[in-house]
Design a protein around this ligand. Structure first.
Ligand code: PNS
Length: 168
């Protein structure tokens, strides 16, 4: 077979409130599999975020700055519509544990119903980060725990600027 290899685009959607080393592990894997990866920060998540949309995008941009085929953007509305607009063939979702599976499969089936041409690809998070979530990071930080191995430096600074930790 001959010809030019196709460079597929993938979208990594999420709330990223804030981005963690677990997210970055999945993004780095996706960047090895796809030609172009768009980290898409959702404006319409269910929960009230700690960080504004602009803050979440900026932290993700700094955290992904070294990844040459990764872009950070935000989106409103349906993720599959955003993916179609951006010419993406896949939505990348990280799976940490069995507990993620039910919600993620539900979302994947809804998204397939809405757009059969956008495929959900699950990547299993490294075991080092299998316990990690943005909510837990915020909780540990607020209780004065050390999260320096769990988030990029820009997020640590962002959390400090929110003044949440009891430790200085
Ligand atoms: O990090 P999260 O909170 O798991 O991310 C959830 C997100 C943003 C990926 C999800 O809420 C989403 O896709 N929202 C956009 C609205 C949408 O398309 N809903 C239908 C499919 S679930």
């Amino acid at each position: 077979m001959s010809g030019t290899p196709v460079q597929h685009v993938a979208v990594c959607p999420g709330s990223f409130d804030p981005i963690t080393e677990g997210h970055l592990d999945v993004i780095r894997r996706a960047a090895k599999l796809f030609g172009w990866v768009i980290v898409a920060v959702g404006a319409d998540g269910g929960k009230q975020p700690l960080f504004s949309l602009e803050e979440r995008v900026e932290m993700a941009r700094v955290a992904c700055a070294q990844l040459r085929n990764v872009e950070v953007d935000s989106f409103r509305g349906l993720v599959v519509e955003y993916a179609r607009r951006r010419g993406a063939v896949a939505l990348i979702k990280g799976l940490r544990a069995i507990s993620d599976f039910e919600r993620e499969v539900q979302m994947a089936l809804v998204n397939r119903k809405l757009a059969d041409d956008v495929h959900t690809v699950f990547l299993v998070t490294h075991s080092d980060y299998a316990f990690l979530s943005s909510s837990l990071v915020k909780e540990i930080f607020n209780l004065g725990g050390d999260i320096s191995d769990l988030v990029p430096g820009v997020v640590l600074e962002g959390l400090k600027s929110k003044g949440g930790s009891r430790k200085s």
